[in-house]
Design a protein around this ligand. Structure first.
Ligand SMILES: *Cc1c(COP(=O)(O)O)cnc(C)c1O
Length: 377
């Protein structure tokens, strides 16, 4: 197809670095330190440093980072953790793996971020933490989070899996709470060549505890003080991430620019029911995804628009089509349809447009022009 635009294309990031990747992988092979090797230590230091946090602990995935990170913060059995329903299911899995109970809340319609005003109503004497998700690359307001946590004496644990180096109110993602978790799944803003994750924290004690948990619960070899697991970031993945990290700010800036260019182009379609999610973080939004809402004023449904775009060669996605509280496996949490109207409405309205560093303005113009031709009569 002439104007085929993929949803994600990693070649712009990867092609120029091909030789560096090979050198980095070869040096791991040469050293033979495949597990918890030099590349992991280097990447832990580098990523925590750019994020403005003292300690980084490399783990096998973002999911495991949430699970072990919460555990290391002393959150588990009989503790409640407040979390938005409109997140990727891994957030909920992490809380449950830590042994804690996820208490779901709704989101804001304009940003899709956790509705902090809903937290008051769900706080009990078991509530230990708020787990904000910096969804789509936009941070939940650090100022509001910190005020709320202070007021109710709660911990903040950030799910920053979509928000590497995002910033807002002079805070960098992952530096707001007691600890935070990141994912390096290949399509994330900073992606490995497989799975990977990290826990960031300013507490030496928490960092040490995650190190113990990820390594069979052993603070030293063959001494098992915790019921740990095997969940480490591979040296090969860390080597790849070390090559990519110096480019992250530039890639994020390109995403931010593309986001603003979309916003500008789509502005005139507001009366036709096309409403982009709001960017309240300005330059600090790292647009892991660029998400629009197809509202009742649009002559097409979201699914019709998505299909028509696909026919034109424009790939899109839906993140996510079913909120966590309505997922079959999570019925036992006791929620049902109607509990979180904004999350439910968004799941029917949202559409993620192509977004990646290297997406050209001419391509964005083509996407906007195509949407315009479909929704205007
Ligand atoms: C990707 C993602 C995770 C999980 O990360 P994995 O590395 O895939 O386990 C958690 N939360 C959010 C919001 C994510 O987007």
């Amino acid at each position: 197809m002439l104007n085929k635009i993929p949803f994600v294309d990693l070649s712009y990031q990867h092609n120029p670095l091909e030789n560096e990747f090979k050198t980095a992988i070869n040096s791991v092979i040469y050293r033979g330190d495949f597990v918890l090797g030099q590349a992991v230590t280097e990447f832990e230091a580098a990523f925590s440093s750019v994020s403005g946090v003292s300690y980084g602990v490399g783990v096998a995935s973002g999911t495991e980072g949430i699970a072990m990170g919460l555990q290391a913060c002393g959150i588990g059995q009989n503790d409640e953790v407040i979390v938005p329903s409109n997140t990727f299911i891994a957030t909920i899995i992490g809380i449950l793996k830590a042994g804690a109970k996820p208490i779901l809340v709704d989101c804001d319609l304009e940003t899709a971020l956790i509705d902090l005003s809903a937290i008051n109503q769900v706080i009990t004497n078991k509530t230990k933490a708020i787990l904000p998700v910096h969804l789509y690359g936009q941070m939940v307001s650090p100022t509001e989070l910190l005020n709320l946590a202070k007021k109710h004496n709660l911990l903040i644990f950030e799910d920053a899996a979509q928000a590497h180096l995002a910033h807002r109110d002079n805070y960098i993602a992952g530096s707001v709470g007691i600890a935070s978790a990141f994912s390096f799944y290949p399509s994330k803003n900073l992606g490995a060549f497989g799975n990977g994750g990290m826990v960031l924290t300013n507490s030496e004690k928490i960092a040490q505890q995650v190190k113990t948990l990820r390594n069979y619960g052993a603070p030293q070899k063959y001494l098992h003080t915790e019921l740990g697991t095997n969940s480490r970031l591979d040296s090969i993945q860390a080597a790849i991430l070390n090559v990519k990290l110096p480019h992250l700010t530039n890639w994020n800036n390109l995403r931010n620019k593309a986001g603003k260019f979309y916003d500008l182009g789509l502005q005139e379609l507001e009366n036709n029911g096309i409403i982009p999610l709001k960017n309240l973080a300005n330059e600090g939004h790292v647009y892991h995804l660029y998400v629009i809402r197809i509202t009742e004023n649009c002559p097409l449904t979201r699914d019709e628009l998505q299909n028509k775009l696909a026919q034109t060669g424009i790939q899109t996605g839906i993140h996510y089509p079913l909120p966590c509280h309505l997922q079959p496996a999570y019925k036992f949490l006791g929620y049902h349809k109607g509990n979180f109207p904004n999350a439910e409405l968004l799941s029917e309205q949202i559409l993620s447009l192509p977004m990646y560093p290297g997406l050209e303005e001419s391509q964005i113009e083509f996407v906007v022009k195509t949407i315009k031709s479909l929704v205007t009569k």
